[in-house]
Write a protein that binds this ligand. Structure first.
Ligand SMILES: Nc1ncnc2c1ncn2[C@@H]1O[C@H](COP(=O)(O)OP(=O)(O)OP(=O)(O)O)[C@@H](O)[C@H]1O
Length: 260
């Protein structure tokens, strides 16, 4: 039977000289789920995503995407979409040309590419600006173009780094709806953001990275439950608790194995 996991890693580690950015990370993200990847600045989130998207080689450890080892870069890249913190766009192209270019790289048939580009431009309220150069776009417009190009080819697994960054409330809502729709269509979404309500709303599982290590993992509802009182705290409370400098293991870490 094929793996139930869209993203798997074992002992994933990345060192930069003496700095350990990611340390022994084990991930198992189910197909069609939304995984909220949280962590303070410098925790190692971007490094992890760059490894999983084959842009960076790990120092040690293994990972696979949709059952394909990340060492098989071409096969992994066919299966993924990635919105990095700064979307890679050519300023001299128009928005539409940029998306057509990406569709070409992804070998999307012309008719399907045109249909998907038009649909997504409308969905993100970018259709009226599609024939303007990217160099004239606002931050939010560039972000929308970046999101569209990450999902244009209907990848099996999408990595989104701060997808709502720079977006107005309407566009941010569209992004949340798109993430929900992707998961409903069995696409796996690996979502890194500091905006905790977005994670609370969308994520099936939340993982909190701290100093390169996963210090808590579980469904948001479970992480928020107070074992002692049966009451509830916010995801922000949980985040602050598990990302405090301390040598002691946190109670929340137990939620991790239970959720698997
Ligand atoms: N190219 C690099 N060379 C040296 N150290 C690096 C490099 N890239 C990242 N690091 C270090 O690795 C650690 C993790 O960085 P990373 O960018 O993965 O964090 P992050 O969780 O994405 O942070 P943020 O939320 O601020 O984006 C940090 O201590 C950072 O300084």
């Amino acid at each position: 039977m094929s793996s139930p996991f869209a993203i798997e890693s074992t002992g994933l580690t990345k060192r930069y000289d003496d700095e350990v950015a990611v340390e022994g990370l084990d991930l198992a993200v189910r197909h069609g789920s939304v995984y909220g990847f949280l962590g303070p600045n410098g925790a190692g989130k971007t490094t992890t995503i760059r490894i999983l998207t084959t842009l960076l080689r790990p120092t040690s450890g293994e990972a696979s995407i949709d059952g394909v080892p990340i060492t098989d870069r071409d096969a992994v890249r066919e299966r993924i979409g990635y919105l990095p913190e700064t979307p890679p766009l050519y300023p001299e192209l128009t928005g539409r040309e940029q998306l057509q270019y990406v569709a070409g790289l992804r070998d999307l048939p012309d008719e399907e590419a045109t249909r998907r580009i038009d649909d997504l431009l409308h969905r993100f309220d970018l259709a009226d600006d599609a024939d303007k150069r990217v160099s004239t776009y606002s931050k939010g417009m560039k972000q929308k173009a970046g999101i569209i190009q990450a999902i244009l080819h209907e990848p099996r697994v999408v990595f989104l780094d701060e997808p709502t960054s720079g977006l107005d409330p309407r566009a941010a809502r569209t992004v949340r709806e798109v993430i929900s729709d992707l998961a409903a269509e069995d696409t796996t979404v690996f979502l890194s953001t500091h905006i905790l309500p977005v994670v609370d709303e969308l994520a099936d599982t939340v993982g909190v990275l701290f100093n390169g290590d996963l210090v808590a993992e579980g469904p948001p509802q479970k992480l928020k439950q107070r074992a002692e009182t049966g009451g509830e705290r916010t995801l922000e409370d949980v985040f602050l608790e598990v990302t405090q400098e301390s040598d002691l293991p946190t109670a929340d870490a137990t939620a991790r194995t239970e959720s698997r």
